[in-house]
Design a protein around this ligand. Structure first.
Ligand SMILES: Cc1cc2nc3c(=O)[nH]c(=O)nc-3n(C[C@H](O)[C@H](O)[C@H](O)COP(=O)(O)OP(=O)(O)OC[C@H]3O[C@@H](n4cnc5c(N)ncnc54)[C@H](O)[C@@H]3O)c2cc1C
Length: 347
């Protein structure tokens, strides 16, 4: 039986690297279990790949450049969002979604409950981060272990953050492997098989149609070698754009093969594909481009999460649980349940 009073066993202070949905889910659940949690986030704010980009031209607005929508199939995910995120910041996105079948004919996408953040995707992670100790703009470079077995984290400015009983890593696999290697913990990365570690890139284009695109669908997935997805971001609930902002996502294999391509060229190619497949006659205005080097995992299965009891290092994230927003939640939720079962949480 584990002695939960033993300071060597119970996790009282824990550091989380990354404040995407996996990091924030774990943080809220661990805080509820009595753990003192600090999150370190390299970007300016929380959210990770549930990202929205502010667009000031031609009018103030934003577009979701990462996750487009998410499913809530696991009742525990719904419970979590209901309890921890404000009810105004997420809701259903209803629309006419179509894809091109094998015969190139257009089909309606299967009816499904598709959820989005309101008024932007990042509103959910903003809401989840409220009240948590999130150190934004801090990129962790390495982890070090003291003689008393606590962990310290060194950031890229050389600042050292002490002293944690355990560490949870939530960055995408390549960044997690780099962190482990730079911390003399490369052996832990042996537990990732190549399949689950393989993330694909995604070129993302945001394009504004001042008069609207003039089409009769909100999202489409064409049989294009270049373009994987196009969606009218302005059709999501709570957006008050002038005109329409559309988000185009490049095909994962094509994006992978063209990561070093000139962004203007990428924008032109993806936009042309959209105009052609969507039969868009309206004139586009402002165009912006974003490159995701690590967008989605190629594999759809994984171990859920990883926990190394000797080192007291945990790893969670969408890529360990089939990808997607709900996978990120499931991964972190599974990890916290496991730690609770092991009796290493104070509560
Ligand atoms: C283009 C695109 C389209 C997508 N479409 C969908 C979709 O339609 N539906 C869906 O369900 N999912 C979609 N996804 C996937 C979804 O966004 C992810 O599954 C989910 O957001 C992952 O959450 P996470 O917490 O596991 O990882 P992340 O959100 O990546 O969080 C990891 C965090 O770690 C931070 N970080 C990394 N390294 C360090 C470091 N050294 N120090 C400090 N911080 C660090 C990062 O900045 C990031 O904030 C899409 C993703 C992309 C990119």
């Amino acid at each position: 039986m584990i002695d939960t009073q033993d300071p060597q066993v119970v996790i009282r202070r824990l550091a989380i690297v990354g404040s995407g949905l996996a990091g924030l889910t774990a943080a809220r659940k661990l805080v509820a279990a009595g753990v003192e949690v600090t999150l370190f986030e390299k970007s300016r704010g929380p959210g990770g790949r549930m990202a929205s980009k502010r667009l000031s031209e031609p009018a103030d607005g934003s577009a979701d450049i990462g996750a487009q929508y998410f499913t809530v199939r696991n009742p525990a995910f719904r419970e979590f969002l209901t309890e921890h995120a404000s009810t105004e910041c997420w809701g259903l996105w209803d629309g006419r979604f179509r894809y091109q079948g094998a015969d190139n004919g257009w089909q309606k996408m299967r009816p499904a409950e598709r959820y989005v953040g309101i008024p932007r995707m990042s509103a959910i992670t903003r809401s989840l981060s409220e009240g948590l100790d999130v150190r934004a703009g801090v990129r962790i470079a390495s982890l070090g272990r003291r003689d008393d077995k606590t962990w310290c984290l060194t950031d890229t400015d050389g600042q050292v953050h002490e002293s944690f009983d355990a560490v949870l890593l939530t960055p995408p696999p390549a960044q997690t492997v780099d962190l482990l290697k730079d911390s003399g913990l490369a052996v832990l990365a042996d537990d990732f098989n190549i399949e689950i570690s393989r993330m694909q890139a995604c070129w993302t284009v945001m394009v504004h149609f001042p008069e609207g695109a003039g089409v009769d669908f909100e999202a489409l997935m064409p049989n294009s070698r270049l373009l994987n997805w196009a969606a009218n971001n302005s059709s999501k609930p709570g957006r008050e754009d002038q005109g329409e902002w559309w988000v185009l996502h490049g095909d994962p294999d094509w994006s992978d093969a063209n990561t070093e391509e000139d962004p203007d060229q990428v924008a032109e190619q993806l936009l042309n594909e959209f105009l052609q497949y969507g039969e868009v006659r309206a004139n586009p205005g402002t165009v912006k481009v974003h490159r995701w080097l690590y967008a989605r995992p190629k594999a759809r299965t994984g171990p859920g999460h990883l926990w190394f009891p000797e080192e007291r290092i945990a790893i969670a994230g969408d890529w360990l649980d089939g990808g997607r927003v709900e996978g990120a939640f499931n991964s972190a939720d599974g990890l916290v349940s496991r730690l609770a079962c092991l009796g290493v949480l104070p509560g």
